[in-house]
Write a protein that binds this ligand. Structure first.
Ligand SMILES: Cc1ncc(COP(=O)(O)O)c(C=O)c1O
Length: 381
């Protein structure tokens, strides 16, 4: 593993902007935006787009997405959102009355509503797992998984506070009791190493517009081998066997293209978004996810020390994602703290009683100095 030097030059973030909001919206690199612009411009001359390009972009990208999570290419489907992916997962996970669906307290709504709907349809019950005392969120979830658990829907880090889950242990516990495991890795994919072979989840949903520095409405769904014969959310033509023969599309067929392709979203061959998406994923893979985690982890450890110096405590490094830093705010902080910081050119989120600080490789030491100085000023005011 290597520490990655600062990459600000790849981005269009002016000096006066201090951006600590990757968890809300990751900026794209200039090169990725250029690739997207070129892709969009192809529609100026549609006669130059060959039929084969309805397949070429997706099939170049599918193995790269697989590489991000240690999956096989056949396990990857294109999806525009986590809600789309989880609706697909819910459609393919039969539960019965009396079984439990375990969710984390304060989980992202797209990873709650899908399961509320499934619970309504099947009579399964939702149980929400929080922590008591000094217990970690990971231990609380592990302890809650039992014979009545039908499904665990979780994440690698909780989006509000970066609480880290031991997914290898959780995956094993799910298998021991016969429960399905569905993960939303939107807040960690591209910033924390993850391997489907170690965790063995049933489905993994990822929205790529945050840590994968990709356009909005790009993402993917990983489907475990045992679900690849399942039912897609929508029935479209391009996921069918033989779809590349445009002259014969009216020879309707019930046979799907191999692997998880049957779950691909309609109009997956998005000529504007896919080149930008591919550029972003190549950039992330080029840096290396382990290197990103190590670099952001070291920078966040240093930032946590600086925050402690102004009286703000972060959870210990072992209990949070390396890329996430969420200090607890004292009750006395101004209600409009993030608005005040915005006036200083600092962009950061507040989630409940915590500040959510998510830097990336574009963050400079000067950004950190400016942030600490202005934060200290506002919390003392
Ligand atoms: C954990 C998590 N999952 C998913 C999403 C986005 O969900 P969707 O793609 O359904 O809009 C977000 C956005 O903030 C998120 O933080």
């Amino acid at each position: 593993m290597t520490m990655i030097p600062n990459q600000r030059h790849l981005f269009d973030i002016p000096e006066g902007v201090t951006y600590f909001n990757t968890a809300t919206m990751g900026p794209m690199t200039k090169a990725s935006v250029e690739a997207g612009q070129k892709g969009l411009a192809r529609k100026l001359h549609p006669w130059t787009i060959p039929d084969t390009d309805f397949f070429a972009d997706t099939e170049r990208l599918r193995p790269l997405l697989a590489e991000l999570i240690g999956a096989d290419t056949d396990g990857i489907a294109f999806s525009p959102s986590v809600s789309y992916s989880l609706a697909t997962a819910a459609k393919n996970l039969p539960l019965s009355k009396g079984q439990e669906i375990l969710l984390l307290e304060d989980q992202f709504p797209s990873n709650v509503y899908a399961w509320r709907d499934l619970a309504k349809q099947t009579g399964a019950q939702i149980r929400t797992i929080g922590t008591r005392g000094n217990e970690t969120l990971s231990d609380a979830l592990l302890a809650a998984i039992g014979p009545e658990t039908g499904l665990v829907a979780a994440a690698n880090v909780r989006w509000t506070d970066g609480a880290l889950l031991d997914l290898v242990a959780i995956g094993k516990r799910c298998r021991d009791v016969g429960a399905a495991l569905v993960l939303d890795l939107t807040q960690s994919c591209g910033a924390l190493p993850f391997d489907v072979k170690e965790v063995q989840p049933d489905f993994v949903a990822v929205a790529a517009y945050k840590w994968l520095l990709s356009p909005y409405a790009t993402g993917f769904l990983y489907v475990a081998p045992k679900h690849r014969g399942g039912v897609p959310l929508e029935q479209n033509w391009i996921t069918r066997e033989g779809a590349s023969n445009f002259a014969r599309l009216i020879d309707y067929t019930d046979a799907y293209a191999p692997g998880a392709q049957r779950f691909d979203m309609g109009e997956r061959s998005n000529f504007a978004l896919l080149p930008a998406f591919e550029s972003a994923i190549r950039t992330v893979l080029g840096w290396g996810v382990s290197n990103i985690a190590e670099t952001l982890g070291a920078r966040n450890a240093a930032l946590a020390d600086r925050l402690a110096g102004i009286g703000l405590d972060c959870p210990p490094a072992s209990e949070r994602g390396a890329h996430y830093l969420c200090p607890l705010l004292p009750e006395s902080v101004p209600a409009d703290l993030t608005a005040r910081l915005k006036e200083d050119g600092i962009f950061v989120s507040r989630r409940g009683d915590r500040l959510r600080i998510t830097q990336h490789l574009f963050t400079t030491d000067a950004d950190v100095e400016h942030f600490i100085a202005r934060l200290a000023h506002h919390i003392a005011a």
